[in-house]
Design a protein around this ligand. Structure first.
Ligand SMILES: Nc1ncnc2c1ncn2[C@@H]1O[C@H](COP(=O)(O)OP(=O)(O)OP(=O)(O)O)[C@@H](O)[C@H]1O
Ligand SMILES: [Mg+2]
Length: 476
């Protein structure tokens, strides 16, 4: 072999090595040591077709995208990389700048092989079939994103939360018909709706995506001190900003919910301080579920404090009724509920009547029924109870435990009053927006405790006195 042939051969070997290992590539070509999270993303890029990468700010998403762009250009022939973003300044100042910075740090043996122009990087020997360029994606001009085809057709979308859905559904998804296509969405999860959100949360499509999730502390420059200051600036660990910017979690909702987030946060913060009134009895709220995937949840509320939840899965009404009775009997007399309020809609009906047969103090609330108080104000009992729960939380002197599912379920639902009556968002739509598509079982169980009016029974019964079932109709 001539010297020249030897050089070509060793370059080939090197490229083969890089092809199988993006971390080694990043280190040898750019001197960049990738973080474990960046390596996870690069591996997903190397081996998968559709990748959705969400994360907190500033830990290196854009850097990782720039690395995989250069990796694609160097280790593939017939390759086109299209980079989309919501605005020109964002593209120019973000990923394109990172690509240029990396070009500046590139090992000279590769540097000479590329031209870097204002919006496009191409390989000198084959500029029309081996290049990367950035384009603007917007709902007005989805055409920009149409008709992109190549053997190795890689599309990267930076800040994907900010891009209109039509760009994905009307154009970008089409690239996936090409022989070796990749579609990669990278973003701060700043919106609780839209295509990027659906890639993680819509059960119909989420399993088609490889998910990567990073947090601010995955950053190569992570510093606990700055981190602590930042989280305070964001409004504390339960704030919306903190979720999105630090944890890389989607916000709980896009619009103002029925229950204001700051009051939920305050109720969590108050938990250890609030003192229930000793003259107000404990109430249990029971939201029975069938043997399916939802949980039957029992909420224990003492006046202004949610004490705890009990939950059971996969129980038929009869088995559930026995569990509740056992719990009642196990509970010290002084802490027993004055009333067990049960959502007696559907199969809850059987549970409520079993509990009555056991001689327990039961109140049947019918979620779907007509409101028992202020019927001119609410559409149904469910709206009334959720609204009363809202007022309870907004009263500021209440405590709820730091229970992630409960917090999410309280914060997500919205309402409308266009019809002149208050109407909570319907359950199907709430479920779509809750993690895992579950139903708001914990919040429902708490809401049910409000079916019994505090003033009415508190005046009639001391909470330690036994209660007679035949008086209970008067509590509705
Ligand atoms: N592995 C690394 N080694 C050295 N520097 C890195 C590494 N990863 C990222 N950086 C640098 O850290 C800074 C932040 O990274 P980057 O812009 O990629 O973060 P980001 O997650 O895209 O942030 P944002 O959420 O603001 O878009 C950049 O200056 C980038 O060059
Ligand atoms: Mg970025």
């Amino acid at each position: 072999m001539s010297n020249n042939d030897q050089e070509i051969q060793s370059l080939r070997n090197l490229i083969d090595l890089y092809h199988g290992d993006i971390a080694v590539f990043a280190e040898q070509v750019f001197g960049s040591i990738l973080t474990p999270k960046q390596i996870e993303f690069c591996e997903a890029f190397r081996t998968k077709r559709t990748i959705a990468f969400r994360g907190g700010v500033g830990f290196g998403k854009t850097h990782a995208e720039a690395i995989v762009t250069w990796w694609s250009l160097i280790t593939h022939d017939q390759v086109q990389i299209s980079i989309f973003g919501p605005s020109e300044p964002q593209l120019k100042g973000g990923i394109y700048k990172e690509l240029q910075l990396l070009y500046g740090r590139m090992h000279p043996s590769f540097k000479d092989a590329f031209d870097v122009a204002a919006t496009r990087i191409s390989r000198k020997t084959n500029p029309s079939s081996c290049f990367a360029e950035y384009r603007l994606a917007s709902g007005d001009r989805p055409d920009n994103a149409r008709g992109i085809h190549a053997t190795n057709n890689f599309v990267l979308v930076d800040e994907a939360s900010g891009i209109d859905d039509e760009v994905f559904t009307g154009a970008l998804l089409n690239v996936l018909t090409d022989p070796n296509a990749k579609l990669v969405l990278v973003s701060n999860p700043s919106k609780a709706s839209g295509f990027f959100w659906r890639c993680f949360n819509d059960p119909d499509i989420s399993d088609q995506w490889t998910h990567v999730h990073g947090q601010m502390n995955d950053s190569p420059h992570f510093n606990p001190k700055t981190f602590e200051q930042l989280s305070k600036n964001y409004g504390g660990v339960t704030s919306r900003q903190y979720r999105v910017m630090v944890l890389g979690e989607f916000p709980l909702s896009d619009v103002d919910g029925l229950i204001a987030r700051e009051f939920i946060d305050a109720a969590v913060a108050n938990y250890d301080e609030v003192e229930p009134s000793p003259t107000v009895p404990v109430v249990w709220g029971l939201d029975p579920a069938g043997a399916g995937k939802d949980a039957s949840v029992l909420c224990v509320r003492h006046d202004n404090k949610l004490l705890e939840f009990h939950e059971w899965r996969g129980l038929e009404p009869t088995a559930l009724s026995y569990k509740v009775r056992d719990l009642f009997e196990k509970t010290p007399k002084a802490l027993r509920p004055a009333i067990i309020s049960v959502d007696a809609t559907g199969l809850g009906n059987g549970v409520a009547s079993n509990l009555k047969d056991f001689g327990l103090p039961v109140h049947s609330a019918i979620f779907a029924g007509t409101p028992t108080r202020n019927p001119e104000r609410y559409s149904r009992v469910r709206d009334q109870l959720w609204w009363e729960m809202r007022e309870w939380i907004h009263s500021e002197n209440v405590g709820i435990p730091n229970h992630q599912k409960l917090i999410e379920e309280l914060a997500v639902p919205t309402y409308d009053d266009n019809s002149g009556k208050i109407k909570l968002e319907d359950k199907k739509s709430i479920k779509k927006r809750l993690t895992g598509g579950r139903s708001p079982d914990y919040a429902d169980a708490l809401a049910i405790t409000f079916a019994v009016s505090k003033t009415r029974y508190a005046s009639k019964y001391g909470w330690s006195k036994p209660i007679r079932y035949d008086h209970l109709q008067s509590f509705e």
